[in-house]
Design a binder for this molecule. Structure first.
Ligand SMILES: NC(=O)c1ccc[n+]([C@@H]2O[C@H](COP(=O)([O-])OP(=O)(O)OC[C@H]3O[C@@H](n4cnc5c(N)ncnc54)[C@H](OP(=O)(O)O)[C@@H]3O)[C@@H](O)[C@H]2O)c1
Length: 369
């Protein structure tokens, strides 16, 4: 696609759970070429194969094996047109901020900048229109930036939920109430994550900060971008049609794939039937698909008719983890409709979303190599 040859990209947090998924996906990417890898000072100056505790089912890609891991300093990444971040939230704020200040384009998985009023929180299959905020982020930065910016993607459990919700809002108008109960995979907590003594034969009904994140992130993602009379842009947080969200988050003994039980009430009466919902989800197409993002799922939502699907072990690799699976669509006796959604937390919930976000930024002309 690129006239000037492959686009050089870097990965921060390259040794982590999300970082390893980035390395796997980027090593086979048609536009991008891995140029620099960063991790903690513990890993820096070691070949990637020595620094990483590789936990993927495929081998470490050749392109990454002998690359020497760097400290996460902008000078090591200055030739990268795109920097992907799978950094631990304890350090992501400072490091990603420094990379942006060095005029680099950063696509982050960490929570640190998600609430920033100038930073878009983009689930690429839902709200790429929020790229409209980038120019304001660059102008309001001190000093103003020419090329640098930060785009974040959402928490992995938020991502799985907002994709079917966006499809339903597109077909049937605003949703006004939402109850969601998650069953989240162990890999969502990074490596080594939760101790086996705590998770085997068990369900842990608490994930620190997760419910709050889901409840407000959905408003930023499903809302629009408003422009004041003075031309100042802001995220409207779904304020034109207020949306009430209640989330309950649980950790379950599944390696990859977050399953979520969702009940919704639409603003418009009468609400759609379960069959209309099925059709709207199955027919949902995204800008990422139509614009030609190579990593976008060819079909976004797999709608199951079987009574016992989706299941993480069977459905988490739908579209190589880039699509989501929905099943058990039925009437809700309290709200309107209920269903189950399954999303791969490490793929569309993390690395794949960042990569599609970068592809969208290139296709929209926001990044030029
Ligand atoms: N796992 C998921 O499903 C998921 C989904 C969505 C978002 N996220 C978010 O993505 C981020 C990464 O998650 P993860 O699951 O991949 O975590 P992880 O497995 O714990 O990996 C963390 C990465 O951060 C690096 N790091 C730690 N301290 C550092 C420092 N002082 N300086 C530079 N790098 C440092 C680590 O490098 P070393 O190996 O050298 O320590 C490692 O590469 C987190 O912010 C998480 O909340 C995760």
């Amino acid at each position: 696609m690129q006239e000037g040859g492959p686009i050089k990209v870097g990965v921060l947090g390259a040794t982590g759970t999300v970082g390893q998924r980035f390395i796997t996906l980027l090593s086979a990417h048609p536009w991008f070429i891995l140029h620099a890898l960063g991790a903690s000072p513990r890993s820096a100056n070691k070949p990637y194969t020595t620094a990483v505790n590789w936990k993927q089912t495929t081998r470490i890609p050749h392109v990454a094996r002998d690359m020497v891991v760097k400290e996460c300093k902008p000078e090591h990444f200055k030739e990268c047109a795109v920097v992907f971040s799978g950094l631990d939230a304890d350090v992501a704020g400072e490091i990603e901020g420094a990379f942006r200040a060095a005029d680099l384009a950063v696509f982050s998985n960490a929570k640190n900048f998600r609430r920033d009023p100038n930073v878009p929180l983009i689930v690429p299959l839902v709200n790429p229109s929020h790229y409209a905020m980038i120019s304001q982020q660059q102008v309001q930065h001190s000093p103003p930036l020419k090329k640098g910016f930060i785009v974040t993607n959402a928490n992995c459990s938020t991502t799985g939920c907002v994709i079917p919700l966006a499809a339903l809002e597109k077909s049937f108008g605003p949703i006004e109430s939402l109850l969601v109960t998650t069953m989240q995979a162990i890999s969502g907590a990074g490596y080594p994550g939760i101790s086996s003594m705590d998770i085997l034969d068990n369900v842990v009904p608490y994930i620190s900060g997760e419910e709050e994140k889901m409840e407000w992130e959905m408003l930023k993602i499903l809302g629009g971008v408003a422009t004041s009379d003075e031309g100042v842009k802001s995220f409207d947080m779904h304020a034109r049609n207020p949306l009430r969200v209640s989330a309950s988050c649980n950790r379950v003994p599944v390696i990859d794939g977050h399953t979520e039980c969702v009940s919704i009430r639409f603003a418009k009466r009468p609400p759609p039937s379960p069959q209309q919902v099925r059709e709207a989800l199955a027919n949902f197409t995204t800008d990422a698909q139509t614009l030609g993002c190579p990593s976008a799922p060819r079909h976004t939502i797999s709608v199951h008719e079987e009574k016992d699907r989706p299941q993480p072990r069977l459905d988490r690799y739908y579209q190589d983890g880039a699509g989501v699976s929905v099943g058990r669509i039925r009437q809700c006796q309290v709200l309107d409709i209920k269903f189950v959604v399954l999303a791969n937390n490490v793929s569309i919930g993390a690395a794949t979303s960042s990569i599609i976000n970068a592809e969208l930024a290139i296709l929209k002309g926001i990044i030029t190599s």
